[in-house]
Design a protein around this ligand. Structure first.
Ligand SMILES: NC(=O)c1ccc[n+]([C@@H]2O[C@H](COP(=O)([O-])OP(=O)(O)OC[C@H]3O[C@@H](n4cnc5c(N)ncnc54)[C@H](O)[C@@H]3O)[C@@H](O)[C@H]2O)c1
Length: 350
C-alpha cells in the first residue's frame, strides 16, 4: 500500500515509518522538522526505494495537495503535532495552529483527495488520527476511561488535541471521511525528544544535575512502549472500524517519582554513585506543581484487545534498563539538543 505519515520524524512517527516500510509499504513522510523532529532516526531510510520525505507544514494546503496527488495514499496516519504540555502552557499559539488548524487543513485536503479515488479505492481508504489519553482529563483512582467517556482536557495541549479529535469525527459524520481516532497513553522508547520526562530524567541523573519533580511526584501515568503503540496502529489500519475510536494502553501505571527513583537506581548501578558519594535520588527537587496538572491517567483498551486481538508485549519495569542503555549509547544525538537555548521555564512530565 501507499501510506502517508504526518510527523514521521517525531518520536512515535519514526517508529511507525520504520514499521510500515518493514511491512512492505511505500511510505511518504510529511514533516515540518520543528525543534522536536529527529531526522537522524530515519537516516538509514534515506535511499530506501519505499521511502519518500517532504519537509512541509501540514497547514500548507497546496503543498499537501501536491503530495497527495503524487503519492496517492490509500491510508494516512496523522501524528504531526506540537506535543509538549509545558510549552503549551508557556505559548499555546503553535498548538492551536498545528494541532487544530493543521488538522483542519489535512481533513480538507484529504476530502479532495478522496473524491479522486475510484469506487474500489474509496471504501478501503483510512485516515487514522493519533491522539492522547489527556483529552479525558484526570481519571479517578480505580477507573479506566473508555472511548465513550466525556472529554475533559486540562492543558492547552490536551484541549487542542481534543479539538482535533472532534474535527476528525465531524468530518467522518458530515462528509463521510473514513476516519479512525486513536487515543494512546504515555509512550516511552528510543528517540524521544529530551524535554519529556523519561529521557530528561535519564540525562540529568547521568550528569548529576537536579531532577525537578512537579509537586509530590505522585501523579500516575499509564506507560506503553512506542513499538507496542505502532503495532496497535498497524492493526487498526488493517481491521479498525471506520468512524470508531480505539484507546491504546498497556495498563502499566507508575507514579512519576517511582519512575525517577528506578532511573536513579539503575544509573547508580551502572555508573556508580555521584562524586559526593550520595545516590542519585538525592538530586530530586520537588518544584511547584504544573498548573492544571492531571493527577492520574488510566485508559481501558478492551475494545482494541477484544475486537482486533492486540496485546502489548512489554512492561515498563522490564524495559526500563534497555531504554536507559539506549540513551546512554546515543549521547551524540541528544547532547547537541541539550545545548540549545530553551525558551520554556517549566520542565517535567508530558
Ligand atoms: N508521546 C506520547 O507519549 C504521545 C501519547 C499519545 C499521543 N501522542 C500523539 O502522538 C503524536 C506524535 O507524538 P510524538 O511524541 O511523536 O511527538 P513529537 O513532538 O516527538 O513529534 C512531532 C512531529 O511532528 C512534526 N510537526 C510539528 N508540527 C508540524 C506541522 N505543522 N507540520 C508538519 N509536521 C509537524 C515535528 O517536526 C515532529 O517531527 C502527536 O499527535 C501526539 O499528540 C503522543
Amino acid at each position: 500500500m501507499n501510506i502517508l505519515v504526518t510527523g514521521g520524524c517525531g518520536f512515535i512517527g519514526n517508529a511507525l515509518v520504520r514499521l510500515l516500510v518493514a511491512d512492505g509499504h511505500l511510505v511518504g513522510n510529511v514533516d515540518k522538522l520543528t525543534y522536536a523532529a529527529s531526522p537522524a532516526a530515519l537516516l538509514d531510510l534515506d535511499d530506501h526505494p519505499r521511502y519518500r520525505f517532504w519537509q512541509t507544514d501540514i497547514s500548507d494546503r497546496h503543498a499537501l495537495g501536491r503530495i497527495l496527488e503524487e503519492l496517492r495514499p490509500e491510508a494516512i496516519f496523522h501524528l504531526a503535532a506540537e506535543s509538549h504540555v509545558d510549552r503549551s502552557i508557556e505559548g499555546p499559539r503553535p498548538f492551536v495552529e498545528t494541532n487544530v488548524l493543521g488538522t483542519y487543513t489535512l481533513l480538507e485536503t484529504v476530502r479532495t483527495h478522496l473524491s479522486t479515488l475510484n469506487e474500489l479505492q474509496q471504501p478501503k481508504f483510512r485516515l487514522i488520527h493519533i491522539s492522547t489519553d489527556e483529552v479525558f482529563g484526570s481519571i479517578p483512582e480505580g477507573e479506566y476511561a473508555e472511548e465513550t467517556r466525556r472529554y475533559d482536557p486540562s492543558s492547552p495541549y490536551a484541549a487542542t488535541k481534543a479539538a482535533a479529535d472532534h474535527l476528525v469525527r465531524a468530518w467522518s459524520r458530515t462528509y463521510g471521511l473514513p476516519t479512525i481516532v486513536c487515543n494512546c497513553s504515555n509512550n516511552y522508547g528510543p528517540w524521544q525528544f529530551p524535554e519529556k520526562l523519561m529521557p530528561l530524567m535519564i540525562i540529568k541523573a547521568l550528569k548529576g544535575q537536579e531532577l525537578p519533580i512537579f509537586g509530590d511526584g505522585l501523579q500516575v501515568r499509564d506507560w506503553i512502549h512506542v513499538d507496542d503503540h505502532v503495532a496497535a496502529l498497524l492493526a487498526i489500519m488493517r481491521q479498525g472500524e471506520p468512524g470508531a475510536s480505539y484507546n491504546i494502553s498497556a495498563k502499566d501505571e507508575c507514579t512519576n517519582i517511582a519512575l525517577v527513583s528506578a532511573i536513579c537506581d539503575r544509573l547508580d548501578a551502572i555508573a556508580g554513585p555521584l562524586s559526593s558519594g550520595l545516590p542519585r535520588l538525592e538530586l530530586v527537587r520537588h518544584v511547584a506543581d504544573r498548573p492544571g496538572h492531571d493527577r492520574r491517567y488510566g485508559l481501558s483498551a478492551e475494545r482494541l484487545r477484544q475486537d482486533l486481538g492486540w496485546q502489548p508485549t512489554r512492561r515498563l519495569k522490564s524495559s526500563l534498563d534497555d531504554i536507559i542503555d539506549w540513551y546512554l549509547e546515543h549521547e551524540t544525538w541528544w547532547q547537541p539538543l541539550m545545548k540549545r537555548p530553551d525558551p520554556i521555564s517549566r520542565k517535567g512530565a508530558r
